[in-house]
Write a protein that binds this ligand. Structure first.
Ligand SMILES: Cc1ncc(COP(=O)(O)O)c(C=O)c1O
Length: 458
């Protein structure tokens, strides 16, 4: 079938059974291609690209396909299932909402919305006072863009400038794509908002002995050289908490210097916490690693534990800038998503999952670093924090990024009962549900090591 990144033809692979994995058929399982064939006829090809596994059900940190094969999940449905797949507390909360029954009431007030927002604000901590709920992450970054510009407008700034970082990513709607710097993905727009600027990302391999602060200064100098006056022409700074594809965090002094620039020039600082929020990095929100306090937090993914829930959180002074009705959406804050979001926060709290993510994150890193020691010529970097890690692969002969080897390793992991995030480039991303047991976590990492060894030997 055209357009698929991986073969849909079932391969004979060794059968296996452990406490966490079961591979009892050829992989992809017989019947997989048929489901894709049906989808190919009725769905945009833009949904293709993931590993060819048909999800029949998922529970805790396991995924099961149509043939009953079982995988250890290192994707969390791309960092959504922080509290585990089909989490009992979340599903019960959804069921209770349906049985009550109230699962949609547009912007009319309802008690569960008040319960949820109170809890969310307390989870975010000071100085956050208010939130605005949406459905998709891209809507949240778009809303932050609007708030930052409204704030600058109110302050009488000359222009509506927003500074973003090269290769960061904020979603697929117009403003979000303009803040992302992926030229290919935003080519359809046909123009770029000249008040959205990009400065270079401080990749550890590009710092060359410079401090994060010096690196930032160079980026800002480039903007100033183009005529951008930081005080008069810039309203906001939008940062993805870490760069997604490789779980690349910034040096702390880079972000702290951004924070000072923002404070000095009346610029709002927003963090896109889509992947980093709700305990994923071992903190409530990932920005806490940098010891700064942003003005706005954009949230989504793990926030709803599987239902479409996103939001922007900030101080009242910023969140109340839009007039009544100027920032709202049909499904904003509906009772069903609020009930699920509340259950997610209760689950994080009652199972101490944020601290657990920090503790398991150390195990995670140690295990990955020991694999790196076995393949020093293949693995160039292990990056990440808490329960979000990335392994970057290089060609041993040239030292250049090796996307093709990486894809083979991802596919091999799948054949061996571990699902990893295929990024389409030289990184494999690993983000298991925070509830994964130590045993399943270490078993999954061992499988990654075996897969690298097998593919490297071929
Ligand atoms: C950092 C970041 N921002 C924004 C988004 C967009 O979120 P959504 O796909 O829910 O619109 C994503 C999604 O992957 C993301 O990773």
């Amino acid at each position: 079938m055209a357009g698929h990144s991986f073969s849909l033809i079932p391969q004979d692979v060794p059968k296996l059974k452990t406490d966490h994995r079961l591979i009892q058929t050829a992989i992809p399982a017989p019947g997989t291609a048929e489901v894709f064939e049906r989808l190919d006829k009725v769905e945009s090809r833009s949904m293709h690209g993931q590993l060819p596994l048909i999800w029949e059900r998922a529970e805790d940190s396991s995924i099961y396909d149509i043939a009953g094969n079982q995988w250890i999940d290192f994707t969390s449905t791309i960092f959504v299932a922080n509290v585990g797949h089909s989490n009992r507390r979340v599903t019960s909360a959804i069921k209770e909402t349906l049985d009550h029954p109230l699962y949609s009431c547009y912007a009319y007030a309802n008690p569960v919305r008040a319960n949820y927002l109170e809890k969310l604000i307390s989870f975010a901590g000071e100085p956050f006072e208010k939130a605005f709920l949406l459905s998709a992450g891209t809507e949240a970054t778009e809303a932050a863009l609007k708030l930052m510009r409204m704030h600058g407008q109110k302050a009488g700034k000359r222009r509506r400038g927003i500074i973003c970082i090269e290769n960061n990513w904020h979603g697929r709607t117009l403003g979000a794509q303009m803040m992302s710097s992926n030229l290919g993905q935003r080519a359809w727009i046909g123009y770029q908002d000249t008040d959205i600027h990009h400065i270079p990302f401080p990749y550890p391999w590009e710092l060359e002995g410079q401090s994060g602060e010096e690196f930032l200064q160079q980026g800002l100098n480039q903007l100033v050289a183009k005529g951008v006056d930081l005080t008069q022409d810039v309203c906001g700074f939008m940062l993805e908490t870490f760069q997604g594809w490789g779980a690349v965090f910034y040096p702390k002094d880079f972000v702290q210097a951004i924070d000072s620039v923002c404070r000095k020039n009346g610029i709002l600082l927003a963090f896109d916490e889509m992947q980093a929020g709700f305990g994923r990095t071992g903190k409530n929100f990932g920005f806490q690693h940098y010891e700064v306090t942003p003005d706005l937090i954009c949230t989504g993914k793990g926030m709803g534990g599987g239902v479409p829930l996103s939001g922007v959180i900030g101080r009242a002074e910023i969140m109340d800038l839009p007039e009544v009705g100027n920032m709202s959406s049909t499904h904003s804050a509906n009772p069903l998503v609020c009930a699920a979001g509340l259950a997610v926060l209760e689950e994080l709290e009652s199972r101490n999952l944020v601290n657990e993510a920090e503790r398991k994150g150390k195990l995670f890193r140690e295990a990955l670093e020991s694999i790196q020691k076995q393949f020093p010529d293949r693995i160039s970097w292990i990056l990440g924090n808490g329960m979000i890690m990335a392994v970057l692969f290089q060609d041993p002969a040239t030292g250049k990024a090796d996307g093709s080897f990486t894809s083979k390793v991802a596919e091999r992991c799948m054949q061996k009962g571990v699902l990893v995030v295929h990024t389409g480039r030289e990184s494999i991303k690993l983000g298991p549900p925070l509830i994964i047991t130590d045993k399943a976590l270490l078993e999954g990492i061992a499988v990654l090591g075996e897969s690298i060894a097998e593919v490297a030997a071929e």
